[in-house]
Design a protein around this ligand. Sequence first.
Ligand code: 13P
Length: 257
Amino acid sequence: MNRQLIVAGNWKMNKNLIEAFSLASEILAKAKKMSDKVQIVLAPPAPYLHTINSMSKDIAHVNIAAQNCHFETSGAYTGEISAEMLHSMNITYVILGHSERRKYFQEDHKILAKKVSAAIKAGVKIIFCCGEPLEIREANTQESFVLQQLEESLFHLTEAEMKQVVVAYEPIWAIGTGKTASPSQAQDMHQFIRKQIATKYTTELADACSILYGGSCKPSNAAELFAQKDVDGGLVGGASLKSEDFLQIIQKRAKQA
Ligand code: 13P
């Protein structure tokens, strides 16, 4: 398999300054000694990005992600951060399309399409989240729901641009609930997403695109999720806030590399 294996930790709005730096230090100290088969991504809150990026710069298999960016390059947008700013800080990724941004900050397909374009234009790679709420899963219409998210906010990218994208499938009903998608539910959706990328672009691009699973991913279920052939890694929320748990998840991914 020529795909990059990735375990990413989305810290969301957690940790004060001291806690954030000690969590990053603990993870980085161990990451340094780990094999580079797995790319580790840390997505701390924005105020800590620059320092944590500097702390990690000597470890090639660790990259830093922002949790959001604005679609404009600069201007009178109080409180916002542009993709250009992230690029100027050498931040590798930005997470876009997260269900929490969609729900609490009214980020719709159109806004997300603009953010996706802005990030690519600025030279920041994207971790693009998609995933369905419970009622859609219960109605068994999750595939068309996710396809619409991809079509409306991501598939306007050119083939070259799409190479800068990692997709994360995060079923909303599994986020922070302790309920995980079963390995076969994850595999089915990942395979579906890869097929859609192949249809829209090429099989080569689809085969090279890393697709991560997110939603109550933890040390106890990571191995069976990662054993699925289209699950290339994880986007981890709660379990990324404890260094031992996050490191164990990375080790599970490395074992199956
Ligand atoms: P949990 O791992 O806490 O369910 O969160 C997943 C997530 O939203 C990662 O972006």
